[in-house]
Design a protein around this ligand. Structure first.
Ligand code: HGY
Ligand code: MN
Ligand code: MN
Length: 421
């Protein structure tokens, strides 16, 4: 007797086991994961993912940027597949759940449907997006940016990491520059499960976030050129101190974000002194910076404020400052129907939920520009992410996967298996 879709639930243990099984690829002694995009560890998890999808009866294709698409047939193959998934690359000191939960929950949804003998009306497609993190290669959400033509594929392939390795060369090195054209796999919509990476759901004791909006993002690369000289014998008035200038920029970014609190955040995440030495005045520094806000007007104000401050510092200090905007993503507004399906699925499952704005960036941000898309959040411990301490509970991961399952059954159609009764 086939289980009616209305009381279908994922196998929480199996999902949890896959999260820990894949955490081996790049696992760190502190319990985190270092699986940089297109690294050997990324190849290992991609190979694992491909095998698991094929074992679940899916047809896997890989596009030129390494985006992986695993399609499950539906009753009506004239309909476009509904997309679910996330990413498997991590930050250098990342955790086991960021991106991984959404990709493996999508696989668990398929495994659950297989076990129940349920064929959805529309096909399904699990996606593993290349380089969501943007840590090794900038910008973030790179594979999905290529998919929606937000960045030209040739531009993306030419982007290099700190060692000068290009995306194209890294794809070739791990054998994931696939034959499929970028954007060829069309989708009817996209739904991504992800840990919140913030403190709200845990603080409110709610297991589900219905993500309706996402922050706009600006990324900068900067370089400050001063002059290296003796830290002891160079009079203060003659110094061309690049780090002192950067320090003013760091504090200016913090002040600009605070001035627009609580709807803005700003960070300098990287700063590299070219030839560091404790008794040499820093003469050259490369740095990266970013702003994020849900409000397009505030995004413009933050950018204008920083540009003006940099000009003022460069006019006052004897250093040269270069600030390049390398990426700008407008605020995201997700599809009300897809977000509604998430809320209805949570209600059906008796799970408390609340509408949310995503602070972090996600591939769904790009998907929302070309198709109906939304996200599901679940809590993570202390709201911590992009840190080896990142953690979540099996119950919350399963709850999120069940909401994904039932939202997908509503959106792709459960093939007459009783969903919604
Ligand atoms: O930057 C982000 O928000 C994402 O983690 N790549
Ligand atoms: Mn992520
Ligand atoms: Mn991340």
């Amino acid at each position: 007797m086939r289980a009616p879709a209305s009381n279908l639930s994922v196998n929480a243990d199996r999902l949890w086991d896959t999260i820990f099984e894949t955490a081996r690829f790049g696992g760190t002694p502190r319990g985190g994961v270092r699986r940089l995009a297109l690294s050997e560890e990324d190849r290992q998890v991609r190979d694992w993912f491909r095998a698991a999808c094929e074992q679940a009866g899916l047809t896997v294709t890989v596009d030129t940027l390494g985006n992986m698409f695993a399609v499950r047939p539906g009753k009506d193959m004239s309909r476009l597949p509904f997309g679910i998934g996330s990413h498997l690359d991590t930050q250098p000191t990342g955790g086991k759940f960021d991106g991984v939960l959404g990709t493996l929950a999508a696989l668990e949804v398929v495994r659950t449907l297989n076990d129940a003998g349920i064929e959805t009306e529309a096909p399904l497609c699990i996606v593993n997006w290349t380089n969501e993190e943007g840590s090794r290669f900038a910008p973030a959400m790179m594979g999905s940016a290529g998919y929606v033509a937000d960045l030209p594929v040739a531009d993306i392939l030419a982007r290099t990491d700190a060692e000068g390795v290009s995306v194209g060369a890294a794809l070739d090195a791990i054998g994931y520059r696939g034959p499929a054209e970028v954007g060829a796999q069309k989708l009817a919509g996209f739904l991504e499960l992800h840990i919140e990476q913030g403190p709200i759901l845990e603080a409110e004791g709610r297991p589900i976030g219905v993500v309706e909006h996402g922050q706009g993002i600006i990324w900068y690369d900067g370089r400050i050129t001063g002059f290296e000289s003796h830290a002891g014998s160079t009079p203060m008035r003659l110094r061309k101190d690049a780090l002192a200038a950067l320090s003013e920029i760091v504090l200016a970014i913090e002040a600009l974000a605070l001035a627009h609190a609580p709807n803005a955040v700003g960070t300098v995440g990287e700063a590299v002194i070219a030839r560091p030495s404790r008794n040499v005045i820093p003469g050259e520094i490369a740095f990266s910076a970013e702003f994020r806000t849900p409000d397009a007007g505030i995004l413009d104000a933050l950018d204008a404020g920083l540009q003006a401050k940099v000009q003022e510092i460069a006019a006052r200090r004897p250093v040269e400052i270069r600030l390049d905007t390398i990426w700008r993503k407008a605020p995201t507004h997700f599809d009300p129907a897809v977000a509604g399906a998430v809320a209805q699925a949570a209600d059906k499952l008796g799970l408390k939920h609340r509408p949310m704005v995503s602070g972090a960036g996600h591939d769904s941000f790009h998907m929302a520009t070309v198709m109906p898309a939304a996200m599901i959040f679940v809590p993570c411990k202390d709201g911590v992410s992009h840190n080896e301490l990142e953690d979540a509970t099996k119950a919350d991961c399963a709850a999120g996967a069940n909401v994904l399952l039932h939202a997908v059954l509503a959106l792709a159609g459960d093939g007459g298996n009783g969903f919604g009764q």
